[in-house]
Write a protein that binds this ligand. Structure first.
Ligand code: RP5
Length: 162
């Protein structure tokens, strides 16, 4: 069975990560949530990433704010796909987190979603898991169909709202 990890740099990142957890729960995918800091608990970050594959994880979401090095540090210690989730947690509106997460040097890729993009982090993780688990892929197809149907319904209704 698939397993995803949601790792956050601080408990203060929880509300952004909650959105990702809710998507995993909606899709029936098991996940584990951790608070691990690239700066305050660097050895734990290294150990977690190094053992993530043997511990049964398929994909890792790493959420952090400010000088957001967590996704990069985790990616440095594993070949599992790492999705960086930049968190808006400072006076710089999250641009600091975004750039710290996305500007990885060649050789250590981190996929990066939008600032506070918890939903998309989980959906991208599900798309990665869908390569290995066709039942997840099927659920994603249905999810997209429902989204499209909602927009089509809105389109039909919009003129009556003016
Ligand atoms: C980052 O610093 C964390 O990911 C968090 O977004 C930010 C602030 O952390 P706290 O000072 O609130 O623990 O490492």
């Amino acid at each position: 069975m698939s397993k995803a990890a949601i790792v956050m740099g601080s408990k203060s990142d929880l509300e952004v990560c909650r959105k990702a957890a809710e998507i995993f729960a909606q899709f029936g995918v098991s996940y584990e949530v951790r608070v691990i800091s690239a700066h305050r608990t660097p050895q734990i970050a290294c150990d977690f990433a190094s053992k993530a594959e043997e511990n049964g994880f398929d994909v890792i979401i790493a959420a952090a704010g400010k000088a957001a090095h967590l996704a990069g540090v985790i990616a440095a210690h594993t070949v599992l796909p790492v999705i960086g989730l930049p968190v808006k947690s400072s006076t710089m509106d999250g641009l600091d987190s975004l750039l710290s997460t996305v500007q990885m040097p060649a050789g250590i890729p981190v996929a990066c979603v939008a600032i506070n993009g918890g939903e998309n982090a989980a959906l991208l993780a599900l798309q990665i898991l869908g390569i290995k688990y066709p039942e997840i892929s099927k659920k994603l197809t249905e999810f997209k169909r429902e989204m499209a149907n909602k927009v089509i319904a809105d389109d039909k209704e919009i003129n009556s709202l003016l």
